[in-house]
Each structure stands twice: as C-alpha cells, then as structure tokens.
Design a binder for this molecule. Sequence first.
Ligand SMILES: [Zn+2]
Length: 600
Amino acid sequence: MALVCCLQTAIGQRISYIVSFPNLAHHEALIQLIVTDISTRTAIFRMSRSSPGRYATHEFGKNVYDVVAFDQQGKPLTINRIDGDVYEVPHPGNYVRLQYTLYGNYADGTYVGLDPSGIHFNMPGAFMWLKGVDNTPITIHFDVPAEWHWTIATQLQPTNDPLTFSARGLQYFMDCPTVIGNLSYRSWEVKNPDGKKYAFRIALDGAADSTQFTQFAEKVQRIVRQEQAVYGEVPAYDYGTYTFLASINPYVHGDGMEHRNSTMISIPAPFYGDDRMLGVFAHEFFHCWNVKRIRPKTLEPFNFEKSDMSYELWFAEGFTQYYGNLLVLRAGIGKDTDFVRRTVAQLIDTKMNTPGGKLYSPVQASELAVFTDAGVSVDKTNYPNIFASYYPYGGAIALALDLQLREKFNKTLDDVMQGAWKKFGKPQPEVPYTVPGLEEVLASVTGDKKFAQQYFDQYIYGHAPIDYNALLAPAGFRLKKAEPGKAWIGSGRMTEREGLIIEGNTLRGTPLYDAGLDVDDKILAIDNQDVRTMADLNTVLDRLHPGTPVTIRYLHHTEEKSGKIVPQENPALVVETFETAGLPVTPAIQQFRQHWLGAK
Ligand SMILES: [Zn+2]
C-alpha cells in the first residue's frame, strides 16, 4: 500500500489504479481506483460498453462484482448501483477509493484474460472510470510479484518504476492494451526521411524457437518498411515506440486490434513463425495511420458508453484489408499469383456475388457495424441478405480504385493514402475526416473533381456494379466462372439429418430463395429424386441444366411442401492469369504487375 500514501500527497486531481492478482487460478483480479481532488459531491464510476476498434456494444460491466468504496480514512462509503454498469458514490470529502473484482477468461484484443500463465488487459474491458474527467492524468500500478519473473508490455507511458505507468487522459489510457507474462522480445529501429528514429518491438506471449522468432521478426520488419513506403513515413509515435503485442499460443482467442502506438494480435495456435500469420500483422500495423490517425470524425472522441457508428469503415477497415495481404507480398513474402487467386478473387466475389455487395453501398455496410461487429444477440437476423462485411467489400472498392488510378491517371492508391495522411493524419492536431473529405482527396490526387464525384456517387454512396474484368486486364488477369455450365441452386451451409437442412439464410436472387425455401427448411427431393445428403444433391445437380425448372419437395416446420425451382449457373468466380489462359503477357502487363505488386 506504499503507493497509496504517495498518491494522497499528489497535487491536483489524479486518478490511480492499483491492480493485483490474488486469485489468478480463478481468473480474477482485484482493482482499486483512487481519485483525489474530486470536485463533485457524488462520484459516478462506470464500466465501458464499447471499445476502440469495436463498434458494437460488449457490456464489459458483466464481469465486475464485489464493488465497494472507501473514504480517505478507509471508512466504507455507500454505493448506489444506478445502472447495470454504473455506480454512484456520494462522499463527504474529495477522495474516493473504489475497489472491485474483475473476472476475465477470454484473452484476445477485445476482452480480458486473467490466468496463471499470463495476463491480457484490453483496458475498456477491465477498468471502471470516473465520469466527467476525461483529461485527468492517470497512473496505473500492476502489483506483479518479482518471483513470477514477468514483464509488462504496453504503450502506456513508462515511469521510473517498471510496474507503474501513466497516461495523459482517459482516451489514451483506454488505447493502451497491456500484456503481462513470460514475454520474449525482438526490437529494431525505423528511421523516417526527416531523420527521426522510432523504436519497434514485438512482445511475444508464447513459446517460440529463438531462431524462428528472429526470422519472423525480420519479416515483420520488411512489412513495416513497405508500409512506411506507402505513406512516405511512419507516424510520430507517442514516446517514440511502436509495439506489436503478439499472443500466439493455443490458449488465446483469435483477434487483431489496432491502437495508436500498438496492436494486440492474438492467434490461437503454437508459434512456428508461420508466414500465414503475417497478414494480420500487416493489417493491424496499417491502422496506425488508417483509422488511428487518419481518424473518422464519427469516432472522435470515442464514446465508451454506447455503440459507435461510422460511415467510413469501408475505408478504415476495407482499404486496410486490401493493403494487408498486398503489403505482405510487396515485402517479398508469397507469390503474386496466390495473392490474385485468393485475396483478389475473394474481394471481387464479395462485390459481385453477395446481396450486401450488389444491393447496398459501402457506407450502408459501415453503418451496420454497430450490430455485426461481434455484437451478440440470440434472435436470427437477415444479415446475409442486407450486409456485406465492410472488410472485403471495402477491400473490393480499394482494389477497383487502385487498378483504375493506375490505368487511367498514372496514379496509385498509395497516392490516395498519402493524400489522406497529409490532409487528416499528419497535421497536429489531427483533422478527423468525413466521407466528403475523402472525395476531396481523390479529386486532388487525380486532378479530376468530376471523376471523384462520380466515383463516390456510384460506388461509395451507391452500389453500382464494377467491371473487374476490364480493370484486371492491364495486369494480365481475368475472371472466369468457377463451374461453367453447372447447375446450382444456391450456396450456404446445409447439414444432413434425414434430409438436407438449410443452415443459413437463403440469399436473394438464388434459386432456393426464389423457390420460397428459407433457413431451417429441409430439402427432401429435387426433380423427383430423393435428396438426403450433399452427395445426393450433387448427383442431381450434375444432370440438371441452368434455366430449366424442376420440382422441389421440402419440409417447412412439419408441413411438406412442393414447388418449382430454376437452377442457375454457379456465379462463383476464379481469377486466372493470362499465362494459364494462353493470352499474350506483354512487357506493359509485366510492368503493370511489378508496379502494383512489387516491392517499393
Ligand atoms: Zn482492421
């Protein structure tokens, strides 16, 4: 309790947390929150309902209990729980010490993991805060026994005590996830064109072969260089350091969460230095520009008390999604043909073949994040028919724009990202952007205001179709149907249980949807042939023809129904190279590919 004495003598208002771990075996931490110089007679403390990088509510108050409060003499104070996650403490003086137990058994980028093998704090998931004092400096002390030999990785501001950190205010505090455990580190330096140097480090929570870790860190370093090349510089990180918090072990849950000066990456697998893990590193690092500093106005300041809606996630997440795998490739890892066959094909499929991509705009997709971003409810929704994830959907827009800028304007999407950086992210203070602001950047990069306006009207506020075949041609790639001529009734999950049960919503425009079948219906027969298994279904489809109606018999609840279904050709697409298609690969095509996919 030595720290408490020091804090009492501090001058001016200060918020201090003391975190101890008396019951890690049962995933509990004891948290004390001490406030000095409170100006109001009633202190209102609350848990967050949302977390930066997450847009739906997550109700972090559910894992807080045994809340008590004391005055400066240690005398208990009355607590009124005025909402599920809000606690009101009337107090006679200007000091309150609030104490509570926190439960956390979900180590990832969003929640809290408290375990004898290590500790993960996503701050909004762990720490109550005093309402109305967002700019009061915060100190936090982690009471980690020396005999555990653990270290603390965080982008909170270090102090002379390795167990104590500070933050200039609530927003910064919440943006600094903290991992404590048996961590290993790799670090390096990055120099900007202005000569300033920044320290980079990976703090790995997971058993790793030292050589594999070193090789992996070198690849991350190459990716960082390619990302720096996109923007022309790395941001001026607070306290000069950027940290990859990497929990790669079987006991975490998969997540990647961006922050101003760090990212929390959790991958539930043993660490073998696998290249497939690099995509998430590239994606999350890209966010230290795009979304953390090139910041949507809708998210500024972040509201921890409700969901945070944004019109811009197609850009903040979608463009980042496009760049993630592209930058791994530019760093010399993987093959360009694999990038095109997998990433590019998936992005295009989202735009061309999903109801969300065909019928709704990227702005509308972004608006739905408040429900779809791991928001939890028990009733069914119609997301498959009204929502395309803004990750691949935005990525599909980024891809189309990049290809068009290269072909039509001799510019690239890198120029747009750099334009957005210089206009919104680099100025101090930063200038939060809006969708019209992004349109201005495109107008300025292309020098063509009309083009930018049309582009945004058609593809950002609108959902006009995009001719990817034409856009891919200069790079020597083209689209073709995955199963030309083959009859198809609609994709989606089906399970075999005395018939074929449709597991997901049927999709608008597919034969099953048009025939009136929906989720939970059970297919019994098609074209008078019994269908009980996926194998049965494929056998029937093999002899049917797209466009020719056949009968379908199915069970809806307990009622057997029959009707007509018109199979279509499967719209699934693959991307093939001109080489495999037997088309000429000209020097111009080779140069286009090199500029697009090669190292900078
Ligand atoms: Zn992201």
